[in-house]
Design a protein around this ligand. Sequence first.
Ligand SMILES: *Cc1c(COP(=O)(O)O)cnc(C)c1O
Length: 342
Amino acid sequence: MRFVDLRSDTVTVPTAGMREAMAAAPVGDDVYGEDPTVNRLEATVAALLGHEAGLFTGSGSLANMLGVRLHVQPGAEMLCDQMAHVVRAELGGHAAYGGVTTRTWASEAGVIDAAKVIAMATPDAGPYLVSTTCISVENTHNFGGGTIQPLTQLRALSSMARERGIALHLDGARLWNAHIATGVELDVYGALFDTVSVCLSKGLGAPVGSVLVGSTEAIAKARVQRKRMGGGMRQVGVLAAAGLYALDQHIDRLGQDHYRAGLIADALRPFGVVTGETPTNIVPLDLSATSWTAQALAAAAKSEGVLISVLGPVFARLVTHMDVNDVDIERASVVLARLLAE
Ligand SMILES: *Cc1c(COP(=O)(O)O)cnc(C)c1O
């Protein structure tokens, strides 16, 4: 059986064109800074986001860890959403390897309220309280349902954080999706943050990789930490080439994923499981009003060829991506609607 795999946009496999670009890539030893394709990828992403320098990493979690660590000394504090990937899905790496402590805020679908966030911050807290030195924002917000941070809130947060000397990190794993959905340029987002991480392996369809961008000085420090953590890579231009190809070919098509997520959401909305809009490529399903658990629904859908992910007892998630087409979306909608109608 061919599965319609809607678990995540990480499940895509490289296209023929991408594999050709990978095979043709000039390479060198990247630990010596001699891989021309990696250097080109790092410079390209930095320029897109309006930053000075970039660093290629094997995962988004590593890019986030290296970025946050630039801003937070061991024992100091990062603030983030309680559903943020940095605190829920990076397995405590920020704390385990960087000594980063965190406090979190609650939100409506992951969308920030700049005034509320700033009100929590305690920069230069002295000897009794933990000092806040970084605020991390996620855009789009994964567990919030692919939600987009409003530019007015980001601008307010950025100026208030800067006034207080608090650094800002953007987990932009899916910043491409926010850019396509809103038309806001990537460097407009980029300018509001000290460091930004972006994923090449989500909607862009590359097999591996993220890039962290920031100032030349910050990225030089992150490069040292990357090697220290075992993340130095050698002739890795074959992977960077996939990223460059993805940047060139796969950003503009993200609108299709958003459209298809909207189609599934509309098909399932009558069952009371889709809360909120579907601004990008993620459809969160809240099953609390049904008799389904997420596990049971995922198992039943799987037996009919549709894969979805389980994120909580009654919380499931569908994600559209470049390896599903209109026929797949129709099939998934029919299967899920029939199950939910039971
Ligand atoms: C996927 C993702 C990451 C990075 O995940 P890796 O699996 O480590 O590459 C970071 N942030 C968000 C919001 C993500 O969705």
